[in-house]
Design a protein around this ligand. Structure first.
Ligand SMILES: O=C(O)C(=O)CO
Length: 310
């Protein structure tokens, strides 16, 4: 019997998914999601936004493949433990995130938010140029994206440290793990990069208490989720001079309202959640590998740990 995989996402990228499945996995059949169609019988679903009341819509569901790296928006708790939830790990998605973090770290290191404001005011205000070796970058979250970003940033000569919930060993990167080590990690971080997954343990973690543990004038890059940051505390830290600047790809409410104070802040640069995106070819191949592993009775690579929430 053919294995059915339902696809519920953008139809333009869907054309690439169909092409890869028909050429590389003729034994598997990708069908576009429709509530009344055969897709409802599928054992696997690929989606960013699953159908409402997923289990009723797909009673035979065995695995949900998220089309993005983050799964915090999915109704995981409502799914029985037998349904595996899988995160996307796509080389193009990782590469784009590495570009974004590198760009943001360099922009903060080279005072770009400051020069943008000076230029707008018609001012010519040079600041001292500091070598990368004098700017310490701290990356929170050392999963696939965090590790790749840490290596890339270290390549410019920045001393790089990383913090994660559980201990990680990374060549050339000083690593810290758990709540007890957070203070030491922050005290030696001039540019803080958040790439954490959003869970009940990390929601609101970037608050006044955390900003107070950074060196004076430190800056922030958030390419995780808006929910990591207490935005009122970030604004207060920027206005009070604790933080020198921020580059944010994500905000608590997206799209952000036009009058959001972070959008107009002179030392903040905001991008509209574009740091990275899954590309269809690599994503389709990850799903093919994952479905095949499952059919062989093996664990699906990049399945989330429900206890950890990512
Ligand atoms: O992949 C993700 O989780 C994203 O946020 C992409 O937009």
């Amino acid at each position: 019997m053919t294995t059915l995989i339902a696809y519920k996402s953008d139809p333009v990228r869907g054309a690439v998914w169909h092409d890869i499945f028909s050429r590389e996995a003729p034994d598997l059949r990708l069908v576009d999601w429709a509530p009344e169609g055969e897709a409802a019988q599928a054992r696997f679903l690929v989606a960013w936004t699953p159908p409402e009341d997923l289990l009723r819509a797909m009673p035979g569901l065995e695995a949900l493949f998220c089309i993005g790296a983050g799964i915090d928006h999915l109704p995981v708790a409502a799914l029985p433990p037998a349904v595996t939830v899988v995160r996307m790990v796509d080389p193009d998605l990782t590469a784009s995130m590495v570009e974004y973090v590198t760009m943001a770290v360099l922009a903060l290191h080279r005072d770009l938010p400051f020069y943008r404001t000076e230029q707008a005011a018609g001012r010519w205000t040079p600041r001292a140029v500091r070598p990368a070796a004098m700017r310490r970058v701290g990356i929170m979250g050392l999963g696939v994206l965090g590790q790749a970003a840490a290596r890339a940033v270290a390549g410019f000569g920045f001393p790089v440290r990383g913090w994660s919930a559980t201990p990680k060993d990374l060549a050339g990167i000083e690593t810290f793990a758990g709540d007890a080590a957070l203070g030491d990690f922050l005290a030696g971080t001039d540019i803080l990069v958040c790439l954490l997954p959003l869970t009940s343990a990390t929601r609101g973690l970037l608050d006044r208490r955390l900003f107070d543990r950074l060196p004076d004038g430190a800056s922030l890059v958030n390419a995780g989720r808006g929910g990591h940051v207490v935005e009122a505390d970030l604004l207060a830290a920027l206005d009070g001079g604790r933080l020198g600047g921020a580059i944010l790809d994500v905000l608590a409410a997206e799209p952000a309202p036009a009058d959001h104070p972070l959008l107009s802040h002179p030392r903040v640069m905001v991008t509209p959640h574009v740091a990275s995106a899954t590309q269809p070819a690599g994503a389709a191949r990850q799903v093919i590998q994952g479905v095949r592993a499952h059919l062989r009775g093996e664990p699906i690579p990049h399945a989330i740990d429900r206890g950890q929430g990512y």
